[in-house]
Design a protein around this ligand. Sequence first.
Ligand SMILES: Cc1ncc(C[n+]2csc(CCOP(=O)(O)OP(=O)(O)O)c2C)c(N)n1
Length: 388
Amino acid sequence: MTVMDQKPAPGHRHGGPQRPPIDATPLLPETEPFRLLGTPDAAKLDPALLTELYGQLVRGRRYNRQATALTRQGRLAVYPSSTGQEACEVAAALALRPQDWLFPSYRDTLAVIARGVDPVEALTLLRGDWHTGYDPREHHVAPLSTPLATQLPHAVGLAHAARLKGDDVVALAMVGDGGTSEGDFHEALNFAAVWNAPVVFLVQNNGFAISVPLDKQSAAPSLAHKAVGYGMPGRLVDGNDAAAVHQVLTEAVDRARAGRGPTLLEAITYRMEAHTNADDATRYRDDSEVEAWRAHDPIVLLERELNERGLLDDTMRHVAEEAAEKMAADLRERMNAEPLLDPMDLFTHVYAEPTPQLREQAAMLRAELDAELDGGQTDHTEHAGAGS
Ligand SMILES: Cc1ncc(C[n+]2csc(CCOP(=O)(O)OP(=O)(O)O)c2C)c(N)n1
């Protein structure tokens, strides 16, 4: 039995005048973020896991660089880079089984591709040319969520429904530090704990919500401490230590799978780039802060461990870099092709059964498109249906 298996005495429930003393200690996060790389415990880590993490971190870093380049070339409308946060992204995907579900935010493209989604399809939404780009059911990955924290109640709903049906499914929901101030965060965590839903919340605390630093965002001792108020355990982890993030996520996912309820994880990391390509981070943070985090880069930490254990040689480094370059070249090539767009797709998948207003709007657009094509000679009466 671990500390996280213990439930606090139910003294907080309405139990009449003889309430037992309240002990919330089992739910409290550790005082220091959990770390593995560079500690004696790292010797026990599976070499296959470390090399898998390494390959995926290198690929993820390259993907971030390529996607940012695509914004400069006008091929991508916007890209929120996760450079510096690759350990959280990759470990999140690797801690799940195929039947589990991932609920990502807009910054979590790397977790999405690590789950098996096509790297180009994962960028479709950020390109602005299709609602989601991939079929969420194929890899059990919900759409990248642009509205903050709305993915969290969705994750709880899916996890709760799976539990009611007896399905072996865990939902992992990812959110930023700023997202924890949203009402949806509160509602999701409250329902998750009351229903004992098999869901894990991973907060990537990367220091900023656009230009707002954490100390202007929350007065909580840590974001993981918020868990206690809902009655679930909170854990703090070094978000740049890929092995540590993978371990705490695996423990939390196993706990949820075993029916022991939700967990809130806070991964301490750092957003090395600006919020997106549309942001200028030099206006609100000092370069020296960014430089200080370079020494704690997730790839540097993992390389050091692999080197110390004799698990990384030039061949292996070369193989990882080659694979990343291949992925980047393919991404570049396919993103450079003009997408075939049908403006009528705007109406597809809005409702299973389109409303009269939607049909009317679709007919108007159809008429405009036809007019553009043939100077207004087409009979439009046959185009009254939406979502064709
Ligand atoms: C409901 C809602 N409010 C405001 C925004 C505008 N917005 C986009 S990103 C962002 C900051 C979010 O920061 P954080 O949750 O820390 O995530 P990060 O971008 O650092 O990954 C804000 C306020 C939004 N997308 N959705």
